[in-house]
Ligand binder design. Structure first.
Ligand SMILES: N[C@@H](CCC(=O)N[C@@H](CS)C(=O)NCC(=O)O)C(=O)O
Length: 322
């Protein structure tokens, strides 16, 4: 069996089993009140889980309420670093590594130090790295700070359907590409690959006659699928061996992804340079040369997608972010 990129998260059958999120407090509690300027969202622009939070923060207009720290796309053995900032320190938190916030919160923490994390600025402690809850709470608990015209990304009447599709998309697509890439046995890889493409086929069918995944406006479900699709050809197809088809060879999903990419709040949050450098230059086990591929050509992202004809409107009665 091949050597694992993350040994402690690899089963005896060679399957990738992601660690649980360690910090699961929620802002909007007695301990962590909703307060503008108090919390810092730490992300890597490369990371699909963090990318969700960046998009939702922007769509809801929470930029002034929750500040953003961006780490270097390349992790070293001490984890995520603030080497993009002056003096190699996050200017608000005053730390050089994200690990410092984790260890300040739990000195015995022995897992991976992950983005996205929300850090309480006054105490320097991590409130949450529970990425699925972070975006939901931006929608539900930060309403007082939403911009005027902010869309409803998690409407009450559609929640059950959104949750159901999110669960499938998480298992087979968002985490499915990692299960392909980090598998250390042929069998585990085959299983993840089959589940991934079966799900992408089902999503293609669903999206062939409706513009968005649930209802007729953009919801949390679209954001979660988008962050994996946008990385598909640049990284997953080669690096994670998810190569039955490229995104550009799956016409419905490709048009759907372009539709979202060109919707305000999406494309401007995508950093293909960070995305490619992170994956190819951080996973030594998968890419020992650390060479970052030059392609693919990105021009096609701006070609007309034609999906307006399916009806729906991106923000419903809301307005796009400025
Ligand atoms: N918190 C989740 C998901 C978030 C996640 O995996 N983020 C990645 C970047 S995409 C990360 O921060 N990895 C740090 C590491 O592997 O050391 C986890 O623990 O698996």
């Amino acid at each position: 069996m091949a050597t694992a990129q993350f040994g402690s998260e690899t089963s005896q059958r060679g399957e990738w089993v992601r660690q649980a999120n360690r910090f699961t407090d929620r802002i909007g509690s007695a301990e962590w009140p909703v307060e503008a300027g108090r919390y810092r969202l730490v992300v890597s622009l490369a990371c699909p889980w963090a990318h969700r939070a960046v998009i939702v923060r922007r769509l809801l207009g929470l930029e002034d309420a929750i500040s953003l720290g961006v780490v270097d796309p390349i992790r070293d053995d001490k984890g995520w670093r603030f080497t993009l900032d002056e003096g190699d320190r996050d200017p608000v938190l005053g730390i050089g590594f994200l690990s410092e916030a984790y260890l300040a919160t739990d000195p015995g923490f022995a897992g991976r130090f992950t983005v996205p994390s929300i850090v309480d600025v006054p105490s320097g402690k991590v409130v949450t790295n529970d990425y699925p809850q972070i975006t939901i709470d931006f929608s539900l608990r930060w309403k007082a700070f939403h911009r005027e015209g902010a869309p409803n990304l998690y409407p009450e009447t559609l929640r059950e359907e959104i949750d159901a599709i999110n669960a499938e998309v998480y298992r087979d697509v968002n985490n499915g590409v990692y299960r392909c890439g980090f598998a250390t046995s042929q069998q585990a890889y085959d299983k993840a690959y089959d589940a991934l493409f079966a799900r992408l086929d089902a999503l293609s069918a669903r999206l062939s006659d409706q513009r968005y995944l649930v209802g007729d406006t953009i919801t949390e479900a679209d954001i979660r699928l988008f962050t994996t699709l946008v990385r598909f050809d640049a990284v997953y197809h080669g690096h994670f061996k998810t190569n039955r088809h490229k995104l550009t060879e799956m016409p419905v999903l490709w048009a759907y992804a372009r539709d979202l990419f060109t919707t305000p709040g999406f494309g401007e949050t995508v950093d293909f340079d960070h995305i490619k450098r992170h994956y190819y230059a951080t996973h030594h086990q998968l890419n020992p040369s650390l060479i970052v591929p030059k392609g693919p050509d990105l021009g096609a992202w701006y070609e007309p997608h034609g999906r307006e004809a399916l009806g729906g409107s991106p923000f419903g009665p809301g307005t796009p972010p400025r």
